[in-house]
Design a protein around this ligand. Structure first.
Ligand code: PEP
Length: 259
């Protein structure tokens, strides 16, 4: 089992600079108070702001920065892209394979493999997202979809021993639960996380440490505890509820209480 509980906020394309500043003025005080009373907690907090705000936050101490994206090419004539090496100057983690990137930017498995390899090259820890859509869920073939998503991206990366010393984090994010207010039930989450855990152990069991498996999809302060209590849930990836500093802090407090 992984030791840390991860609480990662994904802000997507939200917040202007003054809102980012306001958020962190309050957030830093809340985290400082929380950890002043108990700094032994095994909790890793991450925030993924828009890339343009990463430099602004690079002196963060109580939490880590997460990039929402990196380019799949290393450098060169790719107008508008931001490379892994540029992002790595500020960020510790990077999201790879988020369903919005797969859906709206047509990111294929080959692109995701390239991004993970570039992340490792520049010492970023990838958080690889996978999850079925509503149709797969209703048809009942979601586990085979999840298997394909993991085996087509993660297994090729770790098929050689080059990356076995690297850290990998994965996040189960059922597409039907993202931004819908309809989170997966603890039983549904448990089934997929247990399945993913076994798949990873059977196929890349020789990777360094155990792979944290996060859940994402309409997490909030009401459902965080019951989700985090599931055996193979090692943290949360939070969209909407991470935009509000009070709400996000409340979820962190819940995780802190369980860590
Ligand atoms: C996400 O987009 O990663 C996500 C989990 O969003 P939300 O919490 O808003 O469903």
């Amino acid at each position: 089992m992984s030791e840390n509980i991860y609480v990662i906020g994904n802000w997507k394309m939200n917040k202007h600079l003054h809102e980012v500043t306001d958020f962190f003025d309050q957030f830093n005080i809340s985290l400082h108070d929380m950890f002043a009373s108990d700094n032994s907690a095994n909790i890793e907090i991450g925030v993924a702001p828009a890339a343009i705000h990463l430099p602004q936050l690079s002196d963060a101490t109580n939490f880590s920065l997460v990039a929402q994206n990196i380019a799949s090419e290393e450098n060169g004539a790719y107008t508008g892209e931001i490379s892994a090496s540029m992002v790595a100057e500020y960020s510790r983690y990077v999201l790879v394979g988020h369903s919005e990137r797969r859906m709206f930017f047509n990111e294929s498995n080959d692109i995701l493999i390239k991004k993970i390899m570039l992340a490792y090259k520049y010492n970023l820890i990838p958080i690889f997202c996978f999850g079925e859509n509503l149709e797969n869920r209703e048809k009942g073939d979601y586990l085979s979809i999840i298997k394909q998503q993991i085996e087509k991206v993660i297994f090729p990366v770790f098929s050689s021993s080059v990356f076995l010393n690297q850290t990998l984090i994965v996040a189960y994010e059922p597409v039907w639960a993202i931004g819908t207010g309809k989170h997966a039930s603890p039983e549904q989450i448990s089934e997929v996380h247990d399945y993913a855990r076994n798949l990873l152990i059977d196929n890349i069991g020789n990777i360094k440490g155990s792979v944290p498996i996060l859940y994402g999809g309409s997490c909030n302060s009401q459902n965080a505890k019951s989700i985090l209590e599931q055996k193979n849930v090692n943290g949360l990836l939070i969209g909407g509820a991470s935009l509000d500093v009070d709400h996000f802090t409340k979820i962190i407090q819940i995780a802190h209480g369980l860590s």
